[in-house]
Design a protein around this ligand. Sequence first.
Ligand SMILES: [Zn+2]
Length: 169
Amino acid sequence: MIPIGNRHYCTVQGETVKEVMCERCSQRFRYQLHRAATGECVNLLWLDNRGAAETAKDAAEVLLQRRLSREIDVVACPRCNHIQGEMVRSFKMRFVLFGLWMCFFLSIPSIVLFAFTLADFSLFRGQPRIALMALAVPVAAAVALIIFVLLNPNFANWLTKMLRGKPTL
Ligand SMILES: [Zn+2]
């Protein structure tokens, strides 16, 4: 790649207080949400170093404010220990996405082996069989994850147990 400038990054951190009213017992409670965000700006032809640094900082601030206003943490109600439905849904989504990324990552070697097999490029004997076996592990993990998180009526209880005692304000 031909260098056409330099890149500026800026990371900012912030926190906000979230107020929740428990959907089960109507208790109001608060917790602190911490987030960090990174902004980026390319300084084309090194013309405006200072401007690029500021643009990166502005982008980071915008992203940070968006994350602080949109994102939530999983915090149990201090009175009845209930975890709000919205928190469970948001946690499930993050958990599943992270798990599926991991499964995909683990299946890359198999995918490469299959690609080699299709291209008639054999590294060792029994290559397709081994590729298939290696693929079975992440596929089984992905299925187990989906059953555990999405089809399990006790997931919210499990989450409550896992996070019991988390400090609230
Ligand atoms: Zn409650």
